[in-house]
Design a protein around this ligand. Structure first.
Ligand code: X90
Length: 276
């Protein structure tokens, strides 16, 4: 029996150690170029190009066909999608499931709306991987993942919401308030999977302190933490180090974002997924 976990490129990983995995790319485009967020994308080259590009850019969710290709011919599929609150990715995955079942009537396909992205989406993927390794059934995993999602969260620290506003995914007025030099917005994925601002701050120490204080408010007590960063290993390490002082047993993973999150989160951002 073939079991596979499938996600989209906003999950920021390429593969898993223990379970078969595939990810479908979103795309980032201008009038001149299209960047497919797959293994051939040079994220830094895209970011540099966009920094000097003065006109509009936009993104698009994966097609149904792209999902179907990633499904391969697996018997059991766990599909973890970018939040439906901001993207058509989840809907496209649901449509792909319907088509897949026409040609694979005995397959089992669970499509999960992460109501989040990046580092929290990865926590969900890793939980599924862990449960598969433990030999849990499809039905058991379906229930357990729903429960797990109740206790995971995503925080982010962004310097700009320009690309969010340009794509109509946050109000312009919010983006203007953040677009002040040196100011960072700390926010979280809301219950409905949209951008929810929490605080504004300036400087590394203030960011780290604010993020940790907010994590504690959501009952963080030393569980797993994933930190994805857009060109900001230094801030990610500062946060991990400070978390380590509060919680000596903590497991923190630090890694760079792929293209889609680099585009929306923009340069210098952190995306923090954690268990509350
Ligand atoms: O074109 C599309 O369908 C893609 C739209 C994607 C929009 C969300 C990308 C999020 C990237 C930025 C910060 C985290 C915000 C999280 C709120 C749930 C990461």
């Amino acid at each position: 029996m073939k079991t596979r976990i499938v996600s989209d490129s906003s999950c920021d990983i390429w593969n898993l150690d223990e379970v078969d995995f595939a990810s479908v790319p979103l795309t980032i485009s201008t009038d001149e170029r299209t960047f497919i967020d797959d293994e051939n994308l040079d994220v830094q080259e895209m970011v540099d190009y966009l920094a000097h590009y003065n006109s509009r850019s936009h993104t698009a969710c994966p097609s149904i066909d792209a999902w179907l290709t990633a499904f391969g011919d697996a018997d059991e599929l766990y599909v973890v999608a970018l939040t439906s609150g901001l993207s058509g990715t989840y809907n496209s995955a649901l449509n792909a499931k319907e088509m897949y079942l026409e040609t694979h009537p005995d397959a089992k396909v669970l499509v999960i709306d992460s109501l989040s992205t990046s580092a929290e989406q990865l926590l969900i993927i890793e939980k599924i991987e862990e449960l598969i390794k433990l030999g849990k059934s499809f039905e058991e995993i379906s229930v357990a993942v729903k429960d797990y999602q109740q206790k995971t969260h995503l925080f982010f620290c962004l310097k700009s919401l320009h690309n969010f506003a340009q794509n109509g995914r946050v109000p312009k007025i919010l983006a203007q308030a953040v677009g002040v030099l040196g100011l960072n917005i700390i926010g979280k994925a809301s219950e409905s999977g949209t951008v929810e601002p929490i605080a504004k701050c300036r400087g590394q120490q203030s960011i780290v302190n604010t993020v940790i204080a907010e994590m504690k408010k959501l009952n963080f007590a030393g569980g797993k933490v994933n930190i994805a960063h857009s060109h900001n290993q230094k801030l990610a390490e500062a946060l991990a180090e400070s978390l380590g002082k509060h919680f000596p047993e903590i497991q923190t993973k630090i890694y760079p974002t792929r293209g889609l999150c680099a585009y929306y989160a923009e340069d210098g951002a952190l995306l923090i997924g954690f268990e509350g």
